[in-house]
Design a protein around this ligand. Sequence first.
Ligand SMILES: C[S@@+](CC[C@H](N)C(=O)[O-])C[C@H]1O[C@@H](n2cnc3c(N)ncnc32)[C@H](O)[C@@H]1O
Length: 363
Amino acid sequence: MGRGVTNGMESTRIDEHRDAGSDTWVLDLAVAADVVVPGGCGIGRDAFVEWLWGTLGECGLAGIFEGAVDVEAAAATGLIDSPRVLDAAESPSDRDWVAAMAAATMSCWFADEPSARGAAARLVDVTGCDVLGLRRECGASDDAAWKGSFAAIAVPGFGTVHPAWEDGEPRTSARDAAIFIEPGAGFGTGLHETTQLCLAAIAAWAGQGGRLDRAVDFGSGSGILGIAAAVLGAARVDSIEIDPRVHDAIRANAARNGVADRLVVTGGWPLHVQPYDLVVANIVSDVLLRHAERLAAAVRRDPAGELAGVVVLSGLLDDDVSRVARVFTGLLGGAAAVTQRGDWRCLTFAASSGANHGETPCR
Ligand SMILES: C[S@@+](CC[C@H](N)C(=O)[O-])C[C@H]1O[C@@H](n2cnc3c(N)ncnc32)[C@H](O)[C@@H]1O
């Protein structure tokens, strides 16, 4: 969810032909949106990628990295609202902006130089595809390098988020929790401020004795927030994520934390929603506002209709706060506590007996 990020990507890269530690040869391409697939096999990048696999897959093609795009340019041309949409916080169709760019770079990995040169020769005459160059990428296992770039993350007010491959068991203390998440399995490594604000709010609620039987994590990404709720005691978590490609990853993360039997992954709201003690959503403000009534209706109320659970909303910039707070205050009653980290803000609407951070009230 960072502003100022300059590149986005879609990756279809696979590594099954590669030995750990071996060199690879990378062919960089500029591919137009209307690239003409050889042999009359269609037009466009998706068809082109399919053709690449079909034609070169047996000839040493190990992977394709598809679509590094300048997001400032994408925003300037109106393809995305702003570079913030890069945040993967919107629904997949909305963020599939690589497909709409006039030109995008693509890199093809090969196990050896002759294969890469052979591929370059086949691509020379393809209309809409320019071969930018061939380079050697050496060395150490990508996997080891990738893993090496992740360390445990200390999250103030919550505890620690460890990479899934580290040894250890989750810690269930709201004062110093520990969970394990596979980075790269959807948004939500624990590094982003918006995620951290939610983790702290969940821990604060649990730490102050707020009821935490049932929770819903709307926009789960990696599943991190729902998993945190389950580790801190929730007996049932509905993990709602619109992107089906990460559903298995959420389940795997839940299993790594020993809460798979308490967490249900869905693509949308369950048919019969029972009231939740915790409703957490870390999504950009437009999505929060679109789903405001649903989110507000999902939280537990007392017999008098007063808020009895907690609603945590993150993914907000300063400009978003008053608009989102006004709408949710209207729906939930009471004031929001506002927490902040870096540019990001989080609103917590809590039953007065539960977690209220004692932060700035905001109506
Ligand atoms: C910013 S990420 C948050 C991930 C994680 N909860 C965290 O806090 O790190 C927002 C997630 O919401 C998902 N999402 C966006 N719109 C959604 C919708 N209408 N219903 C369910 N999920 C949605 C996105 O696919 C993305 O994975």
